[in-house]
Design a binder for this molecule. Structure first.
Ligand SMILES: C[S@@+](CC[C@H](N)C(=O)[O-])C[C@H]1O[C@@H](n2cnc3c(N)ncnc32)[C@H](O)[C@@H]1O
Length: 300
């Protein structure tokens, strides 16, 4: 499957088009439960306001009856129901649990999964991911720190997002040599070898820590395309370089303006992008067509 964009509800598209164990890396940046709508100019492009409704009821039952979903996940959700009751946050968690479970199915055993979220629901999402992937496959909680933007005076300024990184098994790709960061100074490494200290130049750099300091895209940024919540290419570059190889397939099931897809193509990976917002598909199509990398767009 080469460089595909899908317009529609991701759960249906994953079920209809994407085979089991077929994707090497999944990065998703779904709505965060921010309790607001998002606009491009005057037009609403997607909503992040959740309500417990008939669809939540059906999806909750689907989870409880789905034989591919583990009892751990089912029990966790039943406990969330007891704790939260059928409120807006629970509606959000049910929605994501069903979709992430479907992504788990299509991820290869050697694959990696990244979920981008924030304080609004990260602590609940971590438990859901532990139940789906197994706590033993939890690799990192990455903090994306940015300093720009407004700062209120009532509490500490909220200046980070959280990205959870899981593998599907104990065998996963981590290309540390491709993501080394230069040392601040011409440091040297001292090694004790053969009975004495030996001076040794460090040729490449250091392995990045789990705090990524990358600025958010301000309105003047060159890569800015106007899509609300657009993520910087540099953030995706780090993840894709580390957790995939050339020729492999990367899925973003909430692709928005197509940042993951553009970076994947630039790094010679195949991509599958899905979004149910018409505006998102237009912006992604434009970006990918300009880069001459889009093979096909499919509408559900
Ligand atoms: C936070 S944005 C992603 C932004 C993207 N990372 C970027 O850099 O432009 C989340 C996206 O998820 C999409 N979305 C939300 N629920 C969806 C669903 N069930 N199926 C497909 N897309 C969905 C929204 O339309 C929105 O574009």
């Amino acid at each position: 499957m080469k460089n595909q964009l899908f317009y529609g509800e991701n759960l249906e598209i994953l079920r209809k088009f994407i085979p089991d164990n077929s994707v090497d890396l999944i990065y998703i940046d779904p709505p965060f439960h921010s309790k607001r709508n998002y606009y491009l100019l005057e037009n609403q492009v997607f909503t992040d306001i959740w309500k417990w409704n008939n669809i939540s009821e059906i999806e909750f039952l689907e989870i409880l009856e789905n034989k591919n979903i583990s009892n751990k996940t089912k029990n966790l959700l039943k406990n969330f129901e007891n704790f939260l009751e059928k409120n807006n946050l629970f509606a959000y968690l049910v929605n994501l649990t069903l979709r992430i479970s479907e992504m788990y199915r299509i991820l290869k055993d050697s694959g990696s999964f990244y979920l981008h979220c924030d304080f609004s629901a990260s602590h609940y999402l971590k438990l859901i991911l532990d139940s789906i992937f197994g706590n033993q496959n939890f690799q990192n909680e990455i903090i994306w720190y940015y300093s720009a933007g407004v700062r209120g005076k009532k509490r500490w300024a909220k200046k980070h997002d959280t990205i959870f990184f899981y593998s599907k098994s104990q065998k996963w790709t981590f290309n540390w040599k491709n993501i080394l960061e230069p040392f601040e100074s011409k440091m040297t490494q001292w090694r004790y070898s053969q009975g004495k200290q030996q001076r040794k130049e460090i040729p490449q750099g250091k392995i990045p820590a789990d705090v990524f300091e990358i600025q958010i895209l301000n309105t003047m940024a060159k890569e800015r395309n106007g899509y609300p919540t657009q993520k910087p290419e540099m953030l995706l570059e780090k993840i894709i370089k580390a957790s995939s190889n050339e020729g492999e397939t990367i899925l973003d099931a909430y692709c928005g303006s197509g940042t993951t897809l553009v970076v994947a193509a630039k790094l010679n990976r195949n991509f599958i992008g899905i979004d149910n917002s018409e505006t998102a598909i237009h912006v992604s199509q434009k970006r990918l067509t300009n880069a001459k990398v889009l093979h096909q767009t499919t509408k559900l």
